[in-house]
Design a protein around this ligand. Structure first.
Ligand code: ADP
Ligand code: ADP
Length: 229
């Protein structure tokens, strides 16, 4: 059973912009999917609707395998990573990663332990006490990914997370993200406008058109690079 079913979803903003038009998409458990398309084609809008941030104008987004509350809202078990890491400047790396746990009421000692574990997983062991301003752009993004995964969500939605980083940092983060995905087995949805990045990262690429917010192709691709898995 798919984790998320997007059925005939369209989104028209109040100003008349038709950002997403009749998209159909099933996200399977454990997949690494890239959502590829030029700037302005509706990738973010679609990703945000999957996250429950903004409702579709028409169509439905179903979570067939999750429980629903009394009003029919699904319990969306997801993490979200934005292009801007949006860390709290007054909190340490550890404090930032702990935040989702703290909001859930997890005991402090347990939250600290789990957050430290996540920081180690993204390669930031030893940086627990560093503040965001003391970290590089790539490291801040690592903190943001650790925060996105700290509740062990079924699905991690990423909106052009590495677009603002230099090429080398971006390449390293791509590799480390893949390794993390192999280890942690979450479903990954990765928004990018880079063909290179989508092919490098994923076996399935959903291609959106420049206009007007349609899915043009849903491709299975073989990684062009030898991987030792
Ligand atoms: P992408 O992520 O592919 O760059 P977006 O989903 O951000 O594309 O935007 C798709 C289209 O919707 C663009 O034309 C954008 O200007 C427009 N758009 C995005 N958000 C809003 C909004 N809140 N109000 C009106 N138009 C919007
Ligand atoms: P954009 O559309 O963001 O400019 P491109 O796909 O055109 O992205 O890539 C820009 C440059 O960055 C290219 O030289 C490409 O080889 C390099 N690049 C993109 N993604 C990666 C990656 N994951 N690892 C290494 N280099 C990359």
């Amino acid at each position: 059973k798919p984790l998320v079913c997007v059925r005939h979803v369209s989104k028209q903003f109040a100003n008349g912009t038709l950002a997403v038009r009749d998209v159909n998409l099933h996200l399977g458990a454990g997949e690494f999917i890239s959502l590829l398309g030029p700037s302005g084609c509706g990738k973010s809008t679609l990703l945000r609707m999957i996250a429950g941030l903004g409702a579709p104008s028409t169509g439905t987004i179903e979570w067939p395998t999750t429980s629903h509350d009394a009003s029919g809202e699904p319990d969306r078990d997801l993490g979200f990573v934005f292009q801007d890491p949006t860390l709290m400047p007054w909190a340490t790396a550890l404090g930032n990663v702990m935040m989702p746990l703290t909001l859930k009421g997890v005991r402090k000692s347990q939250a600290q332990e789990r957050a430290a574990e996540m920081l180690a997983l993204v390669g930031l062991k030893g940086f627990e006490k560093s503040y965001p301003r003391e970290l590089s752009g790539g490291m801040r993004m690592r903190v943001s990914i650790a925060r996105g995964l700290v509740l062990r969500p079924k699905i991690l939605l990423m909106d052009e997370p590495f677009a603002a980083l230099d090429e080398i940092t971006r390449h390293r983060l791509n590799d480390d993200l893949l390794e993390l995905w192999w280890k942690e087995r979450f479903t990954a949805v990765f928004v990018t406008h880079s063909v290179f990045e989508s092919v490098y990262l994923s076996k399935r690429i959903v291609v959106m058109a420049a206009r007007p917010g349609r899915v043009m192709a849903d491709l299975d691709v073989d990684a062009p690079y030898p991987r030792d898995d």
